[in-house]
Design a protein around this ligand. Structure first.
Ligand SMILES: [Zn+2]
Ligand SMILES: [Zn+2]
Length: 229
């Protein structure tokens, strides 16, 4: 199949790779100091203003990269292109060391779910393309059916912080049989304001989860335009 459809790098388009060495070496990382709770860059060590005012229900949130090229392209590729085999695996492999360095005590990996309509339209959850191989590498259980969207929501793109929160509030439900007393790695592709992670966390805790550690592949920072991410 690769002869007919040679792989193309998800980051830069280079032919012959799913995720080329050049892109692998150009990951824009979040550097210290960042908020101890939500992982967003801050001026000095401690909690960011938002976490001080209103501590999130999750235990910790961290992101592997800043939502910029080439990660931004890779995530876009996983969402909108069909020929994606291998890109999620490559990203997961590259993330393993980072996730291990966090030293989180985890039982199960759960991807942030898509709504039923979006899932039908796309055919797959792009978060799962990375979450599944990552769970495998970490030797953790993968439970994509433990959390689902109980109502449709509109796209968060272009919404303000409070509109985003309102949009996804109480939109998720979790299966107590799969999450009760578990320490959960909740995974999403991009966090912008964190409202999806917060809504998912609330659903998991209501279903009896012990604690939630949130991990996103990328983080959109304040200089990224909310009308575009
Ligand atoms: Zn590349
Ligand atoms: Zn914070």
């Amino acid at each position: 199949m690769d002869l007919l459809f040679p792989p193309v790098c998800g980051g830069c388009g280079k032919v012959g790779f799913r995720w080329c060495p050049n892109c692998q070496g150009r990951i824009p990382r979040i550097v210290e100091p960042f908020c101890e709770k939500c992982g967003i860059p801050v001026r000095k060590v401690g909690l960011c203003e938002k976490c001080q005012l209103e501590p999130p229900a999750y235990r910790l949130m961290r992101s592997w990269a800043v939502f910029e090229s080439p990660i931004q392209n890779a995530l876009h590729t996983m969402k909108y292109r069909r020929n994606i085999g291998g890109l999620g695996d490559a990203l997961a492999l590259q993330m393993v060391d980072f996730v291990c360095s966090l030293q989180w005590k985890l039982d199960v990996v759960i991807p942030a779910p898509l709504g039923r309509e979006r899932l039908k339209e796309r055919g797959y959850n792009q978060v799962g393309l990375v979450a599944r191989p990552l769970a495998h590498e970490l030797e953790l259980k993968y439970a994509p059916l433990a959390l689902w969207k109980s109502r449709e929501t509109r796209s968060q793109v272009g919404l303000t912080i409070s509109q985003r929160r309102e949009n996804v509030s109480k939109a998720y439900q979790a299966n107590p049989l799969l999450v009760k007393r578990k320490s959960i790695l909740l995974m999403d592709d991009v966090a912008t304001t964190g409202s999806t992670i917060t809504a998912c966390t609330e659903a998991l805790l209501s279903a009896g989860a012990h604690e939630i550690y949130a991990l996103t592949i990328a983080r959109a920072l304040s200089h990224h335009d909310l009308t575009r991410v």
